[in-house]
Every structure is written in structure tokens, then in C-alpha cells.
Design a protein around this ligand. Structure first.
Ligand code: 6MZ
Length: 349
């Protein structure tokens, strides 16, 4: 069996996937067509919202892409459809457990943030009935939207965490957004309150160099998982002190190879900081970030990783198993998931 086929067969866990960034070409095309029926303006061709293999954009350009996609997602029917499509695509890539994340959005006269969240949650419930996948949701705080918006997102997460129907679905908060905007230090009070309410925290840290901010957030001891962490390890432009905190708190890193290379924060796959963390024997999780925008899948990310770092099938299996412990689930749920992954791994070869 060739390596890519093996990666496709692996029972995978996806812990870092932004809903809007995960839209496939097919989904974007459907959105463009339905928008064209309503408005007569020059809309981007779908190629402009995906970055093909071998192509690169800057992080700033990536954030312009999100702006275009957000413009297309302006009603509840669309929110339902995109959530459904994304879950089905992950399920058919043999992802067994998915933590999806999204920033609550509102559109005047069309949807409130609550409508948005409930529609995503409802689609998750529906898709779990018909696909062999468990899905959980993180609400995203966008660091470029300011502190009031962050408090509001926390309030919504608290509300839905104890909601009669949806209470088991929301497992935490993500902090993301353009890393060049705002300062995460200002968000620490929100993060403290979130932890008090039992919400887990997955935080984008050091996606671009920013030692002071990264250190301030790590020192709080509030973080449960790190997104990217590109400039943390001393061998990739970080420092011993940053490394100390990540190791001290044993924080798993969500690593997104294509995303980092295509946005230019990492030169080549071979230079990816994954190598340094593996040498430290530190837990890393392979993720897609935005499978649509970066034109990838979780299987392809495993494949890239295996080729670049010469990983054996056993080492790939280990990556799937390591991810279980990093999920935002109860110990009991983790045990069940670990069992499922182990069973599926047996029939992989
Ligand atoms: C930081 C990112 C990101 O929330 O509309 N997002 N934030 N770094 C990244 N690396 C490339 N990729 C995506 O999904 C899109 C939003 O996710 C965040 C950004 O805030 C983006 O607007 P949702 O579903």
C-alpha cells in the first residue's frame, strides 16, 4: 500500500480546523453561484480563495481570503450547509473525532450570533447521526475584534455549554485571528473567566514572532493547547524560557504544516518546527487549520509529514494515539476514543 493510501486509512483526530477556512472548492462554488443569483457584482473566482500546491501568500493575504468567504456566508441556510459539508468531508477523510472552531457572526436582519451558533450546533447533531464521526465545537475569539467582542463570545459559550440540547457539544474557546492585530495580553481576564467556567482553551500563540505576548500568556498557566507555536522553540526563533513553560505545562501543539509554509511563516516543510518538538518527545497533533484555503486534507498533512520527516507507519499510528489525550473531552470519553482508534489501527495495514 502506498503511503498516501495508508494516511487516508488512518483513523484520525482533527483538533485545529476553522469552519470558514475549511470550505472545499465545491462548497465555495455553490456559495458563489447562489450569491450570483442575488447580486450582480464582480465576485472572485473560487481559485482566488484557495492556495494551490506550490503557491504561497502572506498571512495578510490569507486574512483577505477570510474576508471574502465571510461575505459569502450571510444567512442561516448557508451556515447550515457549510457546516454539513465540512463535517461530511472530514468524515470521508476518515477523521473519527473533530474539534471544529468558528467565530460567531451576525448579519443585520438575517442572523444573530445566537442564530449562527445554534445553526452550527444543530448541523453538528444532524451530521453525527449519519456519519461515523464525533464532533465538538470551540467558539473562536478573534483577536482583531477587540475585548468587548471577546467577553460576548465567552458569554455565549457559557450559555451554550449548559444549554438543554447542545450542552455536550461546546468544549472550549479558541483564540485566533490575525496575529499582527491587537495584543493577547489584554485578553487574559477573559481567559481567566473562561477557565473558571470550565471551558478549555486552545490559543494561537507565536504564529509570528512575539516573545513578550507569548510569554505573558504562557505564564498564566491558563492554556490547554497551543495553535501553531511556530516561534516558541529556541531552534525556530523562540527562547529557552518559552520552551520551559510549554514543557512545564506539557502543552500539546496543534501543528499545521501546509498552512505555515503557504503563509510563509515556515520556509519549507523540512524546516518545520515539528522536528524540534519530536526531538524533545513533546506531544504534537497534526492538523489542517483551513483545509479549503490551503487546499489540503488531514490525510495529506499526515502524508507531507511522513515524507518530510521519514516517519514509519508505527510513528504515524503514534501520532493518532497521542491526539486522543489532547482532546477536550472527559477521561471517560478519551478512553472510549482511544479504544476506537486502537481498534481501527489494527485494520489499517
Ligand atoms: C489565525 C486564523 C487562521 O471563524 O470564520 N483563522 N487565525 N491564524 C490562522 N492561520 C492561517 N486561520 C483561520 O474561520 C475563519 C477565521 O479563523 C481564523 C480567523 O479569525 C478567520 O477569520 P471562522 O469559521
Amino acid at each position: 500500500m502506498d503511503l498516501l493510501t495508508y494516511c487516508k486509512r488512518l483513523p484520525k483526530i482533527e483538533l485545529h480546523a476553522h469552519l470558514t477556512g475549511s470550505l472545499s472548492d465545491e462548497t465555495v462554488l455553490k456559495l458563489l453561484n447562489s450569491k450570483l443569483k442575488c447580486v450582480h457584482v464582480n465576485l472572485p473566482k473560487s481559485a482566488e480563495v484557495t492556495i494551490r500546491r506550490g503557491h504561497r501568500r502572506t498571512l495578510e493575504e490569507c486574512f483577505q481570503i477570510f474576508g471574502i468567504l465571510h461575505y459569502l456566508i450571510d444567512n442561516l441556510e448557508t451556515v447550515k450547509n457549510i457546516t454539513r459539508d465540512v463535517i461530511q468531508e472530514f468524515a470521508s477523510d476518515n477523521v473519527k473525532y473533530l474539534e471544529l472552531r468558528t467565530t460567531p457572526k451576525s448579519v443585520p436582519n438575517k442572523m444573530t450570533k445566537k442564530d449562527y451558533i445554534e445553526t452550527v450546533l444543530e448541523a453538528i447533531l444532524q451530521e453525527m447521526k449519519t456519519n461515523c464521526i464525533t464532533v465538538r465545537l470551540l467558539l473562536s475569539i478573534d483577536r482583531s475584534r477587540g475585548i468587548d467582542d471577546a467577553w460576548n463570545t465567552l458569554q455565549l459559550a457559557k450559555e451554550y455549554k449548559t444549554h438543554e440540547i447542545y450542552k455536550n457539544l461546546i468544549c472550549g474557546l479558541d483564540v485566533s485571528g490575525n496575529p499582527a492585530c491587537g495584543n493577547l495580553t489584554n485578553y487574559i481576564p477573559v481567559l481567566e473567566e473562561a477557565k473558571k467556567c470550565g471551558l478549555k482553551l486552545a490559543i494561537h500563540l507565536a504564529e509570528i514572532p512575539n516573545e513578550a505576548e507569548t510569554l505573558a500568556v504562557l505564564r498564566t498557566g491558563l492554556v490547554d493547547r497551543i495553535g501553531h507555536g511556530t516561534f516558541i522553540h529556541p531552534s525556530s526563533g523562540g527562547s529557552q524560557e518559552l520552551l520551559y513553560y510549554v514543557q512545564h505545562y506539557h502543552l500539546p501543539l496543534e501543528l499545521c504544516l501546509s498552512s505555515n509554509v503557504k503563509c510563509g511563516t515556515v520556509k519549507n516543510i523540512e524546516d518545520h518546527h515539528l522536528a524540534h518538538w519530536r526531538k524533545e518527545n513533546h506531544p504534537v497533533i497534526i492538523c489542517t487549520d483551513d483545509k479549503g484555503v490551503f487546499s489540503t486534507s488531514l490525510s495529506e498533512e499526515f502524508h507531507l509529514c511522513a515524507e518530510a520527516f521519514n516517519l514509519s507507519q508505527n510513528e504515524l499510528n503514534e501520532l493518532c494515539i497521542t491526539a486522543v489525550e489532547a482532546t477536550f473531552q472527559s477521561q471517560h470519553e478519551k478512553q472510549k476514543l482511544a479504544q476506537l482508534i486502537q481498534n481501527e489501527l489494527k485494520s489499517c495495514t
